[in-house]
Ligand binder design. Structure first.
Ligand code: NAP
Ligand code: SF4
Length: 677
């Protein structure tokens, strides 16, 4: 008999009055669906799918206890009978799927995007539009009541409990840290006063919901901002919360305004398990680990080693709602792993768009993007095994079509095979691994190393032909562009061409940033100790916030990152939640970023440029071209006006439009076409 896979992660957890069927908790994540009552049907299906996939416990996105606590204007609330009716759709769908669900109560405090914001003190956050008003004592008391009422209504709505959001810099975190709490009354000053609000809220919630109801509290175990709490203070608060009646303690890492990355791809996996391990020793209630845990191997190991009782993962369950069932079936290779890119989820949330997932476009669209088995299987050719082609081929095959996937290169993955070589982007390998599994599991016929010809496609008699041939790097028209110093980004990232010590990178888009980071990091993946030193993180939290002086090394190379546009926001990368990390990382390595650049020529002296009318020569060993891409669509039969002549042909991804193509658009286009074929 073979051993049960991931036995620790899959072991039930008895909470006394209820049992969780395993240790995987879907952590709270705002999708945007919570904010409008007419989206609750979609929200119900979104969570039910995760429950069907085996998730032990689900936590909703943040629901505000009152209007001041809104994250966004008219955000999700639980204040009225109407709210109870809406939320019942969610709880009954999850229970029908044999799941359990908590409602997160989140008061945004000064992080709210609306003019009614309140906080412990009147001090605006660097990432907010509105300055908060300091709460009067009467408002503090009524807010405690609001939490209690909200929790009571959540019970009437059928939830299995609540999670009180007390981390990431939201209201309760604003009260417990001297960074934002400058009060002189009994709600401010020493930690015993600063923690009064969360403790009173927990007591009130417990009073309202009774004993047999889960109360989880998400406590910031390392604030990563100046003026954050010390470890001794955090332990004191955790113990007081335990005494006040919480059932579980969840781990929060870093405030939203922290300038240390906590969840992006470059953060080493399970980087913060250490703080959860230390907290677990202090408490007798179960403790949950969170942040950058995205594989069943890590989840199982954390529980097995006693570092935590539960594992919170939000994005990995967006990426694959069946994460737990696949792990339980001993098929971790079948998991569509979250690559921590934030492009489909958090970047959408911050742009007020519905959250989805780059690697799983069905996330948040469970009722709209549906893959139905076909009644009339077709013979389909997909040309190009990059992200668009892989998504299209595997989903079409899963639906029952007979799919042949042609790829000119020796392996699948397209542009991802370059991205995954960039230090800090190692996770991208997981998507290639997932698609490799899917190609085989869905029965796609894969033809690698085949530069397929139009005549061949014609002769084979395909019912549908999908052109997903992607892009090729653009070669800008600069005098001397053929000089031996000049390399393309595939030369560097794919073919491993040698690069000198002084480098000019032409183009400061996502790939220019990737290439710069590739040339600056010695190790891939970066060891945790090295990452902690680079970002100045002290996991012992001996000083408030867990910050220490950053290590400053001489850079591995001297890099000039250039663009023709103005210098503002250079090297931003594709998303709001990741761009700042890239920019800071480049600054750490002393990359010189220049905008408003005119490229004059390349010669033996280096790259000649003109900035503000002034000529300069960058004395570099190499010039690396990262100047965007052009579509490859030779196989597409088009008429003189560029319209497709043959209606069997379709074009997706970079081959359709090269500008701003990214994997999110490519995978979504592949999936949407495959759902229709
Ligand atoms: P990009 O973001 O469009 O950037 C191209 C860069 O080349 C720009 O800086 C542009 O700036 C410059 N450029 C364009 N035409 C030029 C010309 N003729 N001569 C000189 N410079 C020129 O494209 P990319 O960096 O190749 O990235 C491609 C796609 O992949 C993007 O959508 C990107 O978001 C995505 N991507 C995503 C990630 C990620 O981390 N998720 C990483 C890499 C790439 P100027 O015109 O101002 O000079
Ligand atoms: Fe993970 Fe990226 Fe999907 Fe977000 S969009 S869930 S970070 S893979």
């Amino acid at each position: 008999m073979t051993a049960r896979p991931f036995p620790h992660m899959l072991k039930p957890l008895d909470l006394g009055f209820t049992t969780l069927k395993n240790r995987i908790v879907m952590g709270s994540m705002h999708t945007g669906l919570e904010d409008r009552f007419f989206h609750y049907g979609k929200l119900a299906e979104y969570f039910a799918e995760r429950a069907r996939g085996g998730t032990g416990l689900i936590i909703t996105g943040g629901i505000s206890p009152n209007r001041q606590g809104w994250l966004l204007p008219f955000g999700g609330t639980m204040n009225t009978w109407g709210d109870v009716v809406n939320h019942r759709r969610v709880t009954s769908a999850v229970h029908k799927a044999d799941g359990k669900i908590l409602m997160q109560i989140l008061h945004a405090g000064r992080y709210g995007y609306h003019p009614f914001v309140v906080s412990a003190s009147a001090w605006k956050s660097p990432i907010s539009l509105f300055k908060p008003r300091a709460m009067k004592e009467s408002e503090i008391l009524s807010t405690i009541k609001d939490y209690g009422r909200c929790a009571k209504l959540s019970k009437m709505a059928g939830y299995d409990g609540v999670e009180i959001m007390g981390s990431e810099g939201y209201l309760l975190n604003q009260f417990i840290c001297s960074r934002t709490n400058h009060r002189q009354d009994k709600w401010g000053g020493p930690v015993e006063n600063r923690m009064r609000l969360p403790v009173e809220i927990v007591k009130e919630v417990r009073r309202q919901v009774g004993e047999k109801y889960i109360i989880a509290y998400r406590l910031s175990l390392i604030d990563l901002v100046e003026g954050g709490n010390t470890w001794d203070e955090i332990v004191l608060i955790a113990k007081a919360l335990e005494k006040a009646g919480i059932t579980l303690l969840n781990t929060g890492i870093g405030w939203h305004e922290a300038r240390v990355p906590t969840i992006v791809t470059s953060v080493p996996r399970a980087a913060f398990r250490e703080v959860t391990r230390r907290m677990k020793k202090e408490l007798s209630i179960p403790v949950m680990a969170s942040n950058r845990i995205n594989t069943p191997e890590d989840a199982d190991d954390i529980v097995a080693s006693g570092d935590a009782d539960l594992i919170s993962m939000a994005r990995p369950l967006l990426a694959d709602p069946h994460f737990v069932n696949k792990a339980a079936a001993g098929k971790p290779d079948a998991i569509n792993t979250c690559i921590a890119c934030n492009q489909g989820c958090l970047d959408h949330t911050f742009a007020y768009k519905r959250a989805t997932c780059l690697v799983n476009p069905q996330a948040g669209y469970e009722t709209e993007l549906v893959y139905i088995k076909t009644a009339r299987p077709k013979k389909i050719a997909v040309v190009g095994a990059g992200m668009a082609g892989l998504a299209c081929a595997t989903i079409a095959a899963e639906r029952g079509h007979n799919v042949t996937l042609f790829e000119a290169a020796d392996d699948i993955g397209g542009q991802f095979t370059m991205a995954m070589n960039v230090p800090g982007k190692e996770e991208f390998r997981e998507t290639v691994r997932y698609f490799r599994h899917q190609v085989s599991a869905t029965g796609v016929t894969l033809k690698l190393g085949q530069q397929v010809q139009a005549a061949e496609l014609e002769k084979a008699g395909f019912d549908e032909v999908v052109i997903a041939t992607g892009v090729q790097p653009r070669t800008p028209k600069i005098p001397g562009i053929g000089h031996p110093k000049v390399l393309s980004y595939p030369d560097v990232l794919r073919h491993g061409r040698k690069v000198g010590h002084k480098v000019a990178v032409i183009g400061a888009g996502g790939i220019g940033v990737d290439v710069s980071e590739f040339l600056l990091q010695e190790h891939s993946p970066q060891p945790l100790a090295d990452w902690l030193e680079e970002w100045g993180v002290d996991l012992s939290v001996s000083e408030g916030g867990g910050l220490r002086a950053r290590r400053q090394d001489a850079p591995l190379r001297h890099i000039w990152l250039l663009q023709r546009k103005a210098a503002k926001k250079m090297g931003q990368g594709p998303g709001k939640t990741t761009g700042w990390v890239h920019r800071l990382a480049l600054q750490h390595h002393q990359v010189k970023m220049l905008g408003d650049v005119e490229y004059v020529k390349v010669d033996d002296l280096g790259l000649h440029i003109r900035v503000d009318g002034e000529d300069q020569i960058l004395d570099v060993d190499n010039v690396i071209l990262c100047a965007g891409q052009e579509s490859v669509r030779d196989l597409l039969p088009v008429d003189a006006e560029g319209k497709i002549r043959d209606k069997r042909f379709h074009v997706i991804g970079g081959a359709r439009f090269a500008g701003e193509v990214d994997a999110k658009r490519a995978i979504r286009e592949g999936a949407e076409l495959a759902a229709k074929l």
